[in-house]
Ligand binder design. Structure first.
Ligand code: ADP
Ligand code: MG
Length: 440
């Protein structure tokens, strides 16, 4: 059929031929559960919880994103655009986790073993702790895992894997789902951690069925801008830790290096004395991060002015513009407004609002914000600056990087630091920074 009788879309049907499947499937299920007995019932109090056992990846940044290291038997999906460094990261992890006695297993369906070795040599990795195999048949991989008992398994990538149970092509929804299901069962029953590499589609979602993200224990997403060498690893889902954590890495010729001072890196390209920029202390997970909000406001040549936002929610930008216009008398109605968070990090923390508003006002007024001033605060519709969490950490980070004045919302407990200015309304902040150019 060309058209789906259920939802009416064309060419969305995929053939799934289940060959000799039912038998094999039940065999595997029994085999893999053997250790614990098939679905044996146990009192939860008798089940030994291995809280302490986390496998360290040799990279504290990655460990933190994972919630303290890899949990044995967990399946982690790493997604990201091509060239982000998924293969590099997992190769580094597999050499760190593997040992001479119990090597890791690197399964490659995309590159040859030769290429993997070349990469390992370039990265200066000790490749004696890692076994490689170029294989795409998931049943054979399952047998290899059973036979070699690796310390960790890397599958690069899950879209290249196929199972004998289906005859559809590699990368199809059914194949990806079945391969992941099989590998998940093996990981859980043997307590071997598995890292799956997944492709990312044009719109940024991990290719394959959404169910893939449900099946695995953690989903990590690699983000980065082509022109920058640093990469951000973000936990989108994590059954063993917080999902707000990010790890920052720098991609160099010798592999991914951890960036322990991301604020400094993010602000390193900053040029002081330019109108339209403001430094904001945002939180990414449990870590404060200083980022630069940039704005450019210019008279529009269009009937409908443009509003373009990168790294900041465009609906919030509309809101900020309305507040600036209505509550602060800033004429932006007929202007094109471009907003950007420098460094290519998408910021979800609403505490960036104040900085965005100030950057826009700075551009309108053609007046730079003094170099040593930074901002924290969420904007409300009445132009009030609302409270945000983790105020102390934000102030400390800004202070550490030499900011002498930080505008903050009113807090229940006044912070101990001296270099803060409590601001209740946006208009007060703007008035203290600029001689405002009001519209007629
Ligand atoms: N010879 C090299 N020297 C320096 N960097 C390299 C070299 N080859 C590849 N890279 C870097 O490694 C990245 C590719 O990493 P890789 O782990 O293969 O990405 P992915 O698996 O996500 O597609 C490239 O973007 C590039 O920055
Ligand atoms: Mg790769």
């Amino acid at each position: 059929m060309g058209k789906c009788p259920s939802c009416g879309t064309w060419e969305s049907l995929i053939e799934e031929i289940e060959s000799k499947a039912t038998k094999r499937r039940s065999e595997r299920a029994n085999g893999s559960n053997g250790a614990n007995g098939v679905g044996s019932v146990e009192k939860l109090s008798d089940v030994i919880a291995d809280h302490a056992r986390r496998i360290h990846t040799g990279m504290p940044e990655l460990d933190r994103v994972l919630g303290g290291g890899i949990v044995p038997g967990s399946v982690v999906l790493v997604g990201g655009d091509p060239g982000m460094g998924k293969s590099t990261l997992t190769l580094q992890v597999s050499t760190a986790v593997g040992s001479e006695e119990r090597p890791s297993l690197y399964v490659t369906g995309e590159e040859s073993l030769h290429q993997i070795k070349q990469r390992a040599d370039r990265l200066g990795l000790n490749s004696s702790t890692i076994n490689g195999v170029a294989e795409t048949n998931i049943e054979r991989i399952a047998d290899i895992i059973s036979g070699t008992d690796p310390s960790i398994v890397i599958i690069d990538s899950v879209q290249t894997m196929t199972t004998d149970m289906l005859e559809s092509t590699a990368g199809s929804v059914a194949q990806v789902r079945e391969c992941t299901a099989l590998i998940t069962r093996i990981a859980k029953s043997k307590g071997i951690p598995v890292i799956l590499i997944g492709h990312v589609t044009k719109d940024g979602a991990i290719a394959g069925p959404k169910v893939l993200e449900h099946m695995v224990d953690a989903v990590l997403q690699f983000e980065g801008e082509g022109v920058y060498s640093y990469r951000i690893l973000r936990a989108i889902k994590n059954r063993y830790g917080s999902t707000n954590e990010i790890g920052v890495f720098d991609m160099s010729a010798t592999g991914l290096k951890e960036v322990t001072n991301p604020s400094e890196v993010l602000l390193s390209n900053r040029r002081s004395g330019e109108p339209g920029t403001a430094v904001v202390a945002v939180m990414e997970g449990t870590r404060p991060l200083l980022v630069e909000a940039q704005a450019l406001v210019s008279n529009s040549g269009y009937a409908v002015p443009q509003r373009v936002s990168t790294g900041y929610d465009s609906k919030r930008l509309q809101m900020v513009l309305a507040v600036l216009e209505k509550r602060c008398g800033l004429a932006v109605r007929n202007c094109d407004v471009f907003v950007n968070v420098a460094g290519g990090i998408a910021i979800q923390d609403p505490a960036i609002d104040l900085g965005i508003a100030v950057a826009i006002a700075s551009s309108v007024n053609e007046t730079p914000i003094p170099e040593s001033v930074s901002f924290v605060g969420e904007l409300g519709l009445t132009g009030e600056i609302r409270r945000v969490g983790y105020l102390d950490q934000r102030i400390s980070e800004a202070t550490r990087l030499g900011f002498g004045r930080i505008y903050i919302p009113r807090a229940e407990q006044a912070p101990s630091q001296k270099n803060v200015t409590v601001a209740e309304r946006l208009i007060t902040v703007l008035n203290s920074l600029f001689t405002m150019r009001h519209d007629g």
